[in-house]
Design a binder for this molecule. Structure first.
Ligand SMILES: [Zn+2]
Length: 547
């Protein structure tokens, strides 16, 4: 391939033509000393040079052909052709060079200490994981961030401070208003979280104890996070029949709390509610029109995942913690009331009308149940798999110690409508599984690759450049990570290199433990962490904090 002439060579010779000038003589002298002290052959200007890429810079602009040069942890040059020399040169002809992907919603804080290479994420191009979603985070945050800092890791990590965890620490898991003294304590804990480096306040108003929190109390805490430049990100109170009111509440928290607000893993649960994304997206558009900074994130699957207890029991049955729940289940009248609610949820909401739609992901007390659906577990218990018996099985599961589940109750049309919205970014809601263990939701292995394969290449729901934007510059800007998420000189060198014709998610609901394919290199802070099918020994991940 023909190389473009390197303009630097010509420039360097020019002073020699004007040797009569003392000033130029001095410059030439300095240049000679510099050259003598730093021989080019031993100290190349670049550590890594990626050549002939299709550069998708994260901004959403169309790709362009070029080379990307790195020095240390930084992108130092992007040009149609860079001569080098470089310590290492890789020809990536035909492949895309994009910013490393930033996952704004992960549950990685246990898994990272078991699998510090986070293979499932890195192998789909993810270089930054944000923890503390759904109202749940370590409180205080600092000791956790210190433990992370001490752990050699492949990926960058950061965290939100969780409203549910803060409320739990101050009030407990109970359904009552906070006193003004308790509110002060919660404000102080959120403030401490922000000073420790949180990117904002997460809420999980669906879960206990978030569900016991009045909107006004959330707004009080949101104001604190907003004062420190944080955002609010919410697993909403209700993603099924109450989804419209919940989006309104999420917007109100941003509007009255004076901070950006985000609907996380936006979805519409339950056949009776399908299609309502038309209205939820309109609400987001209207909020943005009047100046409320409201956004969305989403994972590209038609099933959700959480605990059987949180999904299939009403919140009131979970008040006060596990012992209180078990006590209620022992009382026949209360148990019947709980079961009625569970039947309703299986019929109209998370169960999508059929116990087969609920699949066990993991079960500490009986690992053999992982992968079986609620109809099968009901049969194992020698009952016909009716909705009523499946609800009874769900209560039994909670009594045995609980399991996590996967719930197939989302509609493809809602998913694609939400994905097309310009204010929607991608977040996995995944974890770092141990390869081969349990039966996790495939989102942990496939989210980012699936968007590129299914929704860009196959269905053409969005363009490749738009997909990359939703995975890089958009979440980076949301978090205030202004030195990542875009390919520009001066930015931190987090990169993904993949073949746009081959990239795909391999993980399925049936066989979740399969890494994404089509990626050839992943770079974190200038170091190659994944290369042609294998993780490297590099552990360049940094703890990222809100500045
Ligand atoms: Zn969630």
């Amino acid at each position: 391939m023909a190389r473009i002439h390197n303009p630097n060579r010509g420039r360097r010779r020019r002073p020699v033509l004007a040797l009569h000038s003392l000033r130029v003589l001095a410059i030439a002298g300095i240049l000679l000393i510099a050259l003598a002290e730093a021989p080019v052959a031993q100290n190349p200007p670049y550590d890594l040079l990626l050549r002939n890429g299709r550069i998708i810079d994260g901004s959403g602009s169309p790709w362009y052909r070029g080379d990307v040069a790195l020095k240390g942890d930084t992108i130092v040059r992007i040009a149609p052709s860079i001569e080098g020399p470089a310590t290492r040169v890789i020809d990536v002809a035909g492949q895309v060079i994009s910013p490393g992907f930033i996952d704004i919603h992960t549950h990685a804080r246990r898994g990272i200490f078991v699998v510090p290479t986070a293979d499932n994420y890195v192998r789909q191009g993810v270089t930054t994981l944000i923890e503390g979603p759904d109202g749940g985070s370590p409180v205080p945050l600092k000791p956790f961030l210190a433990r992370l800092e001490a752990l050699p890791r492949s990926v960058n990590m950061g965290s939100f401070i969780g409203q549910g965890s803060v409320r739990s620490a101050v009030i407990g898991e109970v359904n009552r208003q906070a006193t003004s003294d308790e509110l002060d304590k919660m404000r102080a804990l959120v403030e401490q979280g922000m000073k420790d480096g949180a990117f904002g306040l997460s809420t999980g108003l669906f879960y206990v104890p978030g569900t016991f929190t009045p909107t006004a109390e959330v707004i009080e805490l949101a104001r604190v996070a907003g004062r420190f430049g944080g955002i609010h990100i919410s697993h909403m109170r209700d993603e099924a029949s109450g989804v419209i009111d919940s989006v309104k509440e999420t917007i109100a928290i941003g509007e009255q709390g004076g901070l950006p607000t985000q609907v996380t893993h936006h979805k519409i649960i339950g056949p009776a509610n399908w299609g309502r994304s038309v209205d939820t997206l309109r609400l987001i558009d209207e909020a943005r029109m009047r100046g409320v900074d409201a956004t969305i994130d989403q994972y590209p699957y038609t099933a959700s995942s959480t605990s059987i207890q949180a999904a299939l029991l009403p919140a009131w049955a979970q008040e006060g913690g596990r012992d209180a729940t078990l006590k209620r289940l022992k009382d026949p009248a209360t148990r019947a009331k709980i079961k009625t609610e569970s039947v309703r949820i299986i019929r109209n909401e998370r169960g999508g009308g059929d116990p087969k739609n609920i699949v066990i992901a993991s079960c500490g007390w009986d690992p053999s149940l992982a992968g079986k659906n609620l109809a099968e577990v009901t049969r194992i218990r020698k009952m016909e798999p009716t909705v009523e018996n499946a609800a009874e099985t769900a209560l039994w599961i909670v009594e045995q110690g609980g399991c996590s589940g996967i719930f197939h109750a989302i509609n493809e049309a809602d998913l694609e409508r939400i994905l097309r919205h310009p204010a929607t970014m991608i977040g996995s809601d995944g974890e770092i599984p141990v390869f081969g263990k349990d039966h996790p939701h495939p989102r942990s292995y496939g989210t980012f690759a699936r968007v590129l394969a299914v929704y860009v290449r196959e269905r053409k729901t969005i363009t490749l450049e738009e997909a990359v934007r939703k995975m890089s510059s958009f979440p980076a800007a949301r978090l205030g990570l202004l030195d990542r998420g875009v390919l520009r000189p001066g930015m931190k060198a987090d990169l993904a290199v993949f073949d746009p014709a081959r990239v795909r998610d391999a993980a399925t609901f049936e066989q979740p433990h399969q890494y994404a394919e089509g990626y050839s290199f992943v770079v974190v802070n200038g170091q190659v962490v994944f290369e042609r099918g294998a993780m490297t020994a590099a552990r360049p991940g940094k703890v990222l904090v809100k500045r």
